[in-house]
Design a protein around this ligand. Structure first.
Ligand code: FES
Ligand code: FES
Length: 212
């Protein structure tokens, strides 16, 4: 900036010193800000205090046809609600990051990753876990029977998620051929690498499940 610029601006306004000019400018610029702040404070005092996010939220979960009333931290995942609060440990916690499919359950007939779903988001919807798949008399679902018949598991850790995903695979019409099944089931990892047997199980059960 050229030397003397400030001086020439200050002295160019008749009767105003540079100090008075800057003081007046700053005051008038700040006035709306002060007014806004005062208004904000006035509004704040009228607000009710924010709820503590740690306070439990009351919710109702419909799981396998049974209604459960719970009081949970609003941040609880559906997976933790099932496992830790309802004792339904069929859905497994593998990665807890949506990467492995071990936590797969079905909500309103669609598979979901329960580790990425808030329990609150599942309220009022029909949740199905592996515990509710067999008939009350113990008769296995065709997909469960097919997994046994085709030897489609070893350690079994991924199996509940695999079976629920496989049911959706057929019901949603993605079991046309082995490649289609592999593609649909690709989000369900199996560390025992039972993949060929899982595909065979889906193909076996397909004839007994209504396709969408
Ligand atoms: Fe949910 Fe792995 S535990 S995807
Ligand atoms: Fe062991 Fe799939 S059967 S991880």
């Amino acid at each position: 900036m050229p030397k003397g610029t400030f001086h020439s601006v200050g002295s160019g306004i008749a009767g105003w010193s540079r100090r008075r000019f800057l003081t007046a400018s700053a005051t008038s610029a700040a006035a709306p800000l002060v007014a806004r702040t005062l208004r904000a404070e006035a509004v704040d005092t009228q607000r009710t205090p924010a709820r503590n996010p740690r306070d439990p939220a009351n919710l109702t979960l419909d799981v396998n046809g049974r209604t459960h009333r719970l009081a949970l931290d609003a941040r609880t995942t559906l997976l933790d609600a099932l496992r830790e609060h309802l004792g339904l440990t069929g859905a497994k916690k593998g990665c807890d990051h949506g990467q492995c499919g071990a936590c797969t359950v079905r909500v309103d007939g669609r598979r979901v990753l329960s580790c990425l779903t808030l329990a609150l988001a599942a309220e009022g919807r029909a949740i199905a876990t592996i515990e509710g798949l067999a008939k009350p008399d113990g008769t296995l679902h065709p997909m469960q029977q097919a997994f046994i018949d085709q030897d489609a598991f070893q350690c079994g850790y991924c199996t509940p998620g695999q079976i629920l995903s496989a049911v959706s695979c057929v019901e949603e019409g993605h079991a046309g051929n082995a490649a289609e099944i592999r593609e649909y089931m690709s989000g369900n990892l199996c560390r025992c690498a039972a993949y060929p047997n899982i595909v065979a199980a889906v193909q076996q059960a397909k004839g007994s499940i209504k396709e969408g």
